[in-house]
Design a protein around this ligand. Structure first.
Ligand code: UT7
Length: 353
């Protein structure tokens, strides 16, 4: 059975750099607070009208496709991970298919937030292993700057997130190097919906307060047709992401090491075998905690949240692409990708480059 290899990788971040001090004009925060709690110095924000989640995904995909030595016409399946889609539906996958003038291939959107890209990679890996597809485009892209609460009320969420996109082309491989199989060795996916509301954007949705201890807008009063997205939701600012940061932090620092060790243990590998860990860029403090817990050296972990903030589904492919461009990943190197986020969902992928 073939394995999947990353045949090409690309990333795209908007030109507009927004540093921590730039946020002071919207909310009560400080460069010191943001750097101390998250490690973030700056992030990128997309052009309000000219760039969308899909267009950024297209730019990253063009690079990945070119580096794979193929054309957009050769892609036979698209998987697009995002939590900030251009439209509520249809998904970004079809918009990318149209924008890149691809054939009438399948397009799947994955909504797994921070772990979306690793989940998408895992789905793509299964299609490659079964021989169903030969060139799968996997994209993670986010335009967070369009959907956050930039008042002081939303500062615990809005200072963290940034915009950008990353993409890979997966192809089958049977190659080995020094007797070691190359490509994705395995992926590991998990979820625990018990705390789904801890990091969530409730509206627009069909929940009608069903799951919520603290009811939101009064659905009894809502007119038919107003239920999904009502005036009251906007008036009460219930259209933004909601996060209990400390609770997410506590869970993340347990699940990150767990899912990384699960990937290594599956193959009888040690942390010392890892050339590079690419953690989802949630918070530099989380990455540092994971590094310490697993006793990894600085050169074994790639972080770039300082420059780009948390780009959710785009963070792993952006970090992977940057590390590869910087020459930190060479043929035969063992790389682990790991992510944790809303759901909760968490995942890892272990691959030999
Ligand atoms: O990728 C998705 C998954 N998400 C995560 O992994 C996020 C995990 N959590 C975190 O990264 C951290 O919890 C945050 C960075 C979100 C928050 O840091 P924290 O150290 O947990 O702060 P906190 O939420 O406990 O808030 C501490 C204080 C509060 O003030 P009081 O009540 O102590 O007076 C907040 O109001 O910090 C205040 N605060 C801020 N102050 C200045 C919250 N956000 C800000 C801000 N600027 N942006």
């Amino acid at each position: 059975m073939p394995r999947s290899k990353v045949a090409g990788i690309g990333m795209y971040v908007p030109k507009n750099v927004v540093n921590n001090n730039d946020l002071l004009k919207y909310m009560d925060t400080s460069d010191e607070w943001i750097q101390e709690r998250t490690g973030i110095r700056e992030r990128r924000y997309a052009h309000r009208t000219e760039e969308t989640t899909t267009t950024m995904g297209v730019e990253a995909s063009k690079i990945a496709i070119e580096r794979a030595g193929i054309t957009a016409q050769d892609i036979d399946f698209i998987i697009f991970a995002t939590l900030s889609p251009d439209y509520y539906f249809p998904g970004c996958g079809v918009l990318l298919q149209r924008a890149m003038k691809m054939k009438e291939i399948g397009a799947l959107d994955v909504r797994n937030q921070c772990s979306g890209f690793v989940y998408a990679l895992s789905v793509a890996d299964q299609f490659i292993k079964t021989g169903m597809y030969k060139n799968i485009l996997v994209v993670g892209s986010e335009k967070h700057s369009f959907g956050l609460d930039f008042s002081t009320r939303g500062r615990n969420v809005s200072v963290i997130f940034g915009d950008g996109a990353g993409a890979v082309v997966l192809q089958p491989t049977e190659q080995s190097r020094d007797g070691k199989e190359q490509g994705i060795l395995s992926t590991h996916l998990h979820s625990d919906g018990e705390s789904a509301e801890i990091l969530a954007m409730y509206n627009p949705g069909t929940h009608a307060n069903h799951w919520l201890e603290q009811p939101l807008a009064d659905f009894e009063e809502a007119e038919i047709g107003e239920m999904f997205f009502s005036h009251a939701m906007i008036d009460k600012a219930q259209v933004f992401p909601n996060m209990d940061g400390p609770a997410v932090f506590k869970k993340a620092i347990v699940k990150f090491p767990e899912v990384i060790m699960e990937a290594l243990d599956t193959h009888g590998l040690q942390t010392s075998d890892l050339k590079l860990l690419i953690p989802h860029q949630a918070n530099l403090r989380i990455s540092q905690f994971v590094q310490q817990k697993l006793k990894l050296r600085d050169d074994q972990v790639h972080n770039n949240i300082q420059k780009f903030g948390n780009t959710t589904a785009a963070s792993v492919p952006i970090a992977l692409c940057e590390a590869w461009e910087e020459g930190k990943i060479k043929d035969g190197d063992l790389v682990c990708l790991a992510a944790f986020g809303s759901g909760f969902t968490w995942a890892s992928a272990i691959l030999r480059w």
